[in-house]
Write a protein that binds this ligand. Sequence first.
Ligand code: NOJ
Length: 490
Amino acid sequence: MFSSQVAVVSILLTLVGAEELVFPPGFKFGAASSAYQIEGAWNVSDKTESIWDRALHTLPWMSTDGTNGDVACDSYHLWQRDIEMAEELGLKFYRFSLSWTRLLPNGFANKISEDGKNYYDNLINGLLEKGIEPLVTIYHWDLPQSLQDLGGWTNPLISDWFEDYARVVYSLYADRVKTWITINEPVAICDTAYSMGTFAPGIIHLESVYLCSKNVLLAHAKAWRVYDEEYKPLYHGKLSICNHWVWFEAHTEDDEEAAELSRQYSVGRYTHAIYSNEGGWPPAIEERLNAYNVLHGYSHPRLPPFTDEEKELVKGTYDYYGFNYYFSLMARRALPGETITPHYVAGIRELGIVMEAYPDLSPTLPPAFYKYPEGLRKHISWIREKYGDLELMIAENGFYSTGKMNDFDRMDYMHDCLEQMLLAITEDGANVTGYSYWSLMDSFEWNESGLKFGLYHVDFNSTERTRSARASADYYKTVIKNHALHSPRP
Ligand code: NOJ
């Protein structure tokens, strides 16, 4: 119904010569952040160390400039200003994450921190007072170091520990929080962390990628089922995992198979078990990775198999499909004897695939961020084709710049991605219900702290961490107010 209404409005606008593209009624706009990247206060009160605290304090190669998130945007103290910014923008929702060690200093659910509990209570209540919905990510990469010491995401018991943590979270906040993300970007937690060691815990160990992949899915599923059984009947909220999407375009016509395998590897590996009818790993990936293991003399399959019971546990544990979209890459089959450089998507070496930037796109950007807004629409089609007509939510989309205030490059990219999203809705009939810009303000960008994604500039040299609106904040504010897209250029 929404898309037909949009189509009518768009036709009317075209007839009167207007160039605006209108968003469906009820479409929600938000902005996002995560605990480690903004809160600071890393050891305040009874909060304990997370893996990012440990990694950035002890592994010098982890950061490009030796900085860390000890203070970050100091949102632990400045949360009221954060709410004010969300209000200035006219956001319908604000996405933020909970710090596991701020809430549960032991990592386990036997002790809840009073300060941690109050901090998120204040933030949630403050947002609601301004009519802004809190969208809460339960886990955004900052695992308790105490659990990492027990193997972290490679220990199968972590799915129970995560379930316990999630139950505490629901018991504290489910009466007020109606939209949830269990785990943000499993590909970063498992692949980037364990294939390149550039994300905490900073360990390079390929087997761990796959142990982690399975445990993340089980952890998500257990947390989803607790909510579904114990809290959904009371509060009627929605909960899903959130994936990182890279659209993989085939380098040449002959590389379509390599591109498709890349999509199934990086997105399907964290989607198929939850959203497909049969559950488990994407068959093409399971087959190839296991063949790799046989070839290399292992006695066990590369991807730890799901038991039938586990498949049933994970299957169907969603209320919508959440994803983050930043960029696209080209995929091709490796040439005979070609050395494949390590990549944040671990398995490309095992699959014999090379992933590269588009040759003609934005050469000034670092390789991770090649703009290709069209990849967003293509990916939406792909996911609908594979897994059906799901409700989709863009939980992150963003663009980094070096920090300037007149950030036309950011506005252009935001415009182009929103346009592609609207085409997916109006032309292709996709049910996209929300969009969240990453990020509300400049924040601590993990191992590349120089990158600034914020609608608001943060002065990291001032003890006040002064926040100031960039041009893109004004642009986004107008888009939200008009509920329609216009060009950022005069
Ligand atoms: C996705 C991650 O969720 C977020 O933490 C990160 O800052 C952005 N990508 C930009 O790299």
